[in-house]
Write a protein that binds this ligand. Structure first.
Ligand code: PMP
Length: 379
């Protein structure tokens, strides 16, 4: 049977492949998928159950429940000082669909999209699926800091968008305000979209302050913010996210959203309202991720890894070249087999020579994982 070659060429995510392999083995500490062990706050669950008992679930209005869009606009204003109207908010099925809807809506054949490696693999997959071309900037050799001169080297008339993701998956780094402003100044007169994936914006624990590029007035008309509730409120399975875009862009993207999913689950939209109204302070969760990130960073540094300075998200990205010249997939498969710790290879994010540790389990589990890794390296 004929299958769209763009789809046929895609591979199942390496992260999922390793997680599946680990799931079939006994006694593995699985630090692969970015899904925290912290449960969804109880009040969100309880109120959603009540809502479902008392209401017939119907399709949500196109674009999302108005009350949720108002809460999201309020949240961005109060939390980050960025003003969006409720009609500039589009509710999506997770931030995955927000990214997919955005790229589907703006890309045509042979357009180019700048992706900053190491990067979450979804970006490459979507760009490929929509017949466009990913152009990469590797920031791993510059302490994961992106500069406008790096963008200048790759931007051209085919460039339609650049995707930024801070705090970053997989490095946990944040771009300092000066760099964001410098990049905004450079992009201000360029005719391209800036897609800002801010899914980890509430998971900040380092000294660096989080600064969204949507705060820069000289580019706000071309910024599309991507965010959601999976990480901020541990609501991965609820599949609820959103995008923020100027009216003229949102007006087009809403068509993609509607013809793809009709609307996200009404129940999840309700749960997201409860999240913003009743669980607005998630700092204790961010602090817990901070403790985990510290433990893993310190242990890996003691062992001799070069570790990125994570300021947020819940991943640690470490260079292992001192120990091995194996490629990263071979290295993590060997660790999985011999040390029973499941990690993700840097190659899954477009840079080799690294491992990613997801700090999604308790401190005790992470300690045991680091002990096992130490034993493996000394054997
Ligand atoms: N962006 C980044 C950077 C991510 O790490 C993830 C999930 N791992 C997503 C987007 C998608 O999250 P969701 O669809 O659950 O909102």
């Amino acid at each position: 049977m004929y299958i769209n070659p763009r789809v046929k060429e895609l591979e199942v995510s390496i992260i999922r492949q390793i997680a599946q392999k680990a799931a079939k083995m006994d006694d593995v500490i699985n630090l692969t998928i970015g899904e925290p062990d912290i449960p969804t706050p109880r009040v969100i669950v309880e109120k959603s159950i009540e809502y479902m008992k008392n209401n017939q679930l119907k399709y949500a209005p196109t674009g999302g429940l108005e009350e949720l869009r108002i809460e999201i606009a309020k949240f961005y204003d109060e939390k980050y000082g960025i003003k969006y109207d409720k009609d500039e908010v589009l509710i999506t099925c997770g931030s995955t669909e927000a990214l997919s809807t955005t790229l589907k809506g703006i890309l045509a054949k042979d357009d180019e999209v700048i992706i900053i490696n190491p990067a979450f693999s979804l970006y490459d997959a979507l760009v490929h699926m929509y017949d466009a071309k990913a152009v990469h900037i590797d920031v791993s050799k510059n302490d994961f800091i992106l500069t406008s001169s790096m963008i200048e080297e790759v931007i051209n008339e085919k460039t339609k968008a650049i995707i930024l993701n801070y705090p970053s998956n997989p490095s946990g780094t944040i771009l300092p305000k000066e760099n964001i402003v410098e990049i905004a100044n450079f992009l201000a007169n360029k005719d391209i979209y800036i897609i800002s994936d801010e899914i980890y914006s509430e998971v900040i624990f380092g000294k660096e302050e989080y600064y969204s590029i949507a705060k820069c007035d000289n580019v706000k008309d071309k910024v599309i913010v991507i965010n959601g509730f999976s990480k901020s409120h541990s609501m991965t399975g609820w599949r609820i996210g959103y995008l923020l875009a100027p009216l003229n862009i949102r007006k087009e993207l809403i068509k993609v959203n509607q013809y793809t999913i009709t609307s996200p689950s009404t129940l999840s939209e309700y749960g997201a309202i409860v999240a913003l109204q009743e669980v607005s302070d998630v700092s204790s969760m961010a602090e817990e991720y901070g403790r985990r990130a510290n433990l893993v960073t310190n242990r890996l540094r003691e062992l001799g890894f070069e570790v990125a300075d994570a300021q947020g998200a819940f991943y640690i990205f470490a260079n292992y070249k001192k120990f091995s010249d194996k490629d990263s997939l071979t290295f993590v498969l060997d660790i999985l087999e011999k040390a029973k710790v499941a990690l993700v290879p840097g190659s899954a994010f477009g840079v080799d020579g690294y491992i990613r540790v997801a700090c999604t389990l308790s401190l005790d589990n992470l300690k045991t994982a680091m002990d096992r890794l130490e034993k493996y390296l000394n054997s």
